[in-house]
Design a protein around this ligand. Sequence first.
Ligand code: AVJ
Length: 318
Amino acid sequence: MLDRVKPQTLQNAAFRDDVIEGLSRPQKTLPSRWLYDDIGSALFEDITQLAEYYPTRTETAILRRFAGDIAAFTGPNAVVIEYGAGAGVKTKLVLDALDSPAAYVPVDIAGDFLAMTVHRMNMTFPAMRTWPVVADFTTEFRLPSGLPAGRRMAFFPGSTLGNLDTTQAELFLRRMRHHVGLQGRAVIGIDLLKDVDTLRAAYDDAQGVTAAFNRNLLSRINRELEGDFRVEGFKHVARWNAAERAIEMHLVSLGACSVTVDGQRFRFAPGETIHTESSRKYDLAGIAALVEMAGWTLEHTWTDADAAFAVVGLGTVG
Ligand code: AVJ
């Protein structure tokens, strides 16, 4: 029927393709980037305030404490490229500390969000020019031509690198190195390996905010892709995958059911899961090995007293 063919935005089509493809696999999977619609982003903000979720507050404290070192490492008149335009606190901490940053280049898929970022940055840093780039930073993309000539620094906080598998992470770090060019720098935040109970609590909090964040993905499929998930029929779990050194979020189907998404049917056995996110945890040796494979050298490691989280300063080999 023609009336089923609705105009879809490109985003929506990509979401649909990912969902259909992911739910067709033996281990059903949904890419974690789709967790962040408006509701998901607001729930993630709530997660960052939870007692159990240590990464955001720990990273922010590290950036605050070592802002001067990070500025010295970056140098004056830098062009700062941020992968995923942050909500602002961490970015502001770094930009405040830098010696006359020349430009700020936030890269994000959400255009509306970027427009707000540009406005806010122009108010806060009138001497610095902000050049937004609308792109999915996990894919190949170009930086605007005509950026000021200063040394480039790639800023990638939030341990988002941990959501990529080893192959994707290496590719991403290589692309980042091409973006900053010779003499470039990178400052990256990465969550560190620690006891499994702490990790599990951080990804399955007592108030159920992380559960709501995870299950929102099913509601989003219902809202945007004409899905008919019975969301209450799925339970949030956080699992430690020892082989991958990753905490995984899954949604477990409590009973047998079948679900239709955009006209296609998917069956679930009782206890069957959808894998929605992997958050890899590194030790310092693992970080050094990963960045070196991608052509960087690990020049600085800034961490908290408990070594829960690391901010690393990377230089290009030559
Ligand atoms: C923002 C992707 C780094 O993996 O810790 C938080 C997302 N997932 N709780 C993370 C997340 C569940 C977060 N990242």
